[in-house]
Design a protein. Structure first.
Length: 260
């Protein structure tokens, strides 16, 4: 743990610089620049609203806000996981010449994807004002929910980074699994309302993203308390997986370049 903290501090400037460079290169050839970080989830929100209301004839209170919260959170999580599988191979020119703790590559992705998520979440505020969503003090609980999201994302990403070096087809498996989890996370429907009990309870306990999305909607839209007990369990799972993942990366990172 001491080595991890020391390396995070040591490579802090590089992490921030690399994340900024990645964000700049992403919009370098785009006329709309960073606006795409808002337009992308906004367009998906419109499509999913159409699917929910027109196709399935189901709706939720403040549906656009409801969907946008879910999709924006999911987009951050899935992007980090998909990118983490091929992180070492994608950065081969760097890792083969200069030593850098490989988990720093995950932090760069979390920082860049997290920045885009925060930018997109600014639209949530505007939408909540436009739809006159009632707000109380529970909105501040979004902060610890984001912390849990970051810990869980880093945990799974650290595991995928390691095995992605050795398992060539892991990226395809992760893509399929994430597609399945997308529909089990309740992006455009309420798991509690649309999934029969006890399956709804089981789904919220076993799928951390379903739990986090539901919790964010509770504090932002419904002014109710989330399930802190289950959230605490997932925070601990994320913390343990993060420690194990970082330890595993430290142990094997010298062999990554040989395998690639």
């Amino acid at each position: 743990m001491n080595r991890f903290i020391s390396d995070v501090r040591k490579y802090q400037k590089y992490t921030i610089y690399a994340a900024k460079s990645e964000l700049k290169s992403e919009v370098a050839n785009s006329h709309l620049s960073w606006l795409w970080w808002i337009l992308d989830p906004l367009l998906f929100m419109i499509v999913y609203s159409f699917v929910a209301v027109i196709v399935f004839q189901k709706s939720e209170p403040y549906l656009p806000v409801f969907i946008f919260i879910g999709y924006n959170s999911w987009n951050f999580f899935s992007a980090c996981l998909r990118q983490s599988v091929k992180l070492v191979a994608a950065n081969k020119p760097i890792v083969s010449k200069v030593y850098i703790p490989k988990f720093i590559l995950i932090l760069i992705k979390i920082l860049s994807n997290g920045f885009k998520m925060v930018i997109a979440f600014s639209l949530v505020v505007i939408m909540m004002i436009g739809y006159r969503v009632p707000v109380d003090w529970k909105v501040i609980l979004l902060v610890p929910l984001f912390v849990i999201l970051l810990v869980v994302t880093f945990a799974f990403s650290s595991v995928l980074l390691h095995f992605g070096v050795y398992v060539e087809d892991l990226a395809n498996v992760v893509t399929v699994v994430l597609k399945l989890l997308f529909y089990l996370t309740g992006i455009f429907y309420s798991i509690q309302k649309r999934v029969p009990y006890p399956y709804s309870s089981l789904l919220l306990k076993c799928n951390p993203m379903a739990l986090l999305v539901d919790s964010m909607r509770r504090v932002l839209i419904y002014q109710t308390m989330p399930d802190w007990g289950t959230l605490a369990v997932w925070f601990m799972i994320g913390a343990v997986l993060s420690v194990a993942g970082v330890h595993n990366i430290y142990r094997h990172e010298n062999s990554y370049v040989k395998v690639m």
